[in-house]
Design a protein around this ligand. Structure first.
Ligand SMILES: [Zn+2]
Length: 202
């Protein structure tokens, strides 16, 4: 397991900070240095799927995510998507239909809602996993996402068992759409994961 250190720097405000107020200027100058908090994110697995693109299982403050991303000299780019457990599980369960869409020339445009505003689409030989947003009546793609070429998708798909071994939590994870509050339509419509753009208007 490798570890990445995330450093958050919070500049303190000498006039408002209750511990600093009223102290000597010299003491204040010491206290007013930026406060540095060090938090660690753990990477459970790190698999290269080709062309500088990696799939990583990351844990940060108890939040587990599967990150599929292009990196540029060890720096993450915007080309990528970070999937929480529910969305990753949905993707894994969709592999068969994605393969059908890739192998069937005459299939209509494949579009699978993974949760929130994240969708998986198949365009030609590419599998696109992307964040969308809804400015009007329909959702449109943003630049946050990744279009996987055929060989990258194949490596990602082949890595699913290996990723699963590092994600024992996935077996016990129950997607929101299988939970009791989704048994009636209103429950599902008011869920931000299933109905992200209108759930707050109900
Ligand atoms: Zn839901």
């Amino acid at each position: 397991m490798s570890r990445h250190v995330i450093v958050l720097i919070i500049a303190s405000n000498r006039n408002r900070h209750p511990l600093i107020k009223g102290r000597s200027l010299k003491r204040q100058s010491i206290l007013c240095r930026p406060v540095v908090y060090i938090m660690e994110s753990a990477t459970r697995c790190d698999i290269h799927i080709g062309n500088g693109r990696y799939v990583r299982v990351q844990e940060w403050k108890g939040d587990l995510r599967v990150d599929i991303r292009e990196w540029d000299k060890k720096i993450p780019t915007k080309k990528g998507v970070s999937l929480p457990l529910g969305r990753w599980k949905h993707f894994v369960e969709s592999v068969e239909t994605i393969d059908d869409a890739l192998n069937t020339k005459y299939l209509e445009f494949y579009n699978n809602h993974l949760g929130g505003n994240v969708y998986c689409t198949v365009e030609g030989v590419c599998v696109d996993i992307r964040q969308y947003w809804k400015p009007a009546d329909t959702v449109i793609p943003t630049r946050k996402g990744i279009c996987l070429r055929a060989d990258e998708y194949k490596r990602l798909k082949d890595s699913i068992p290996q990723i699963g071994q590092t994600l024992p939590e996935l077996d016990a994870f129950v997607p929101c759409y299988l939970q009791s509050d989704h048994q009636n339509q209103l429950g599902m419509l008011s869920c931000a994961e299933c109905n992200p753009n209108d759930s707050q208007n109900l």
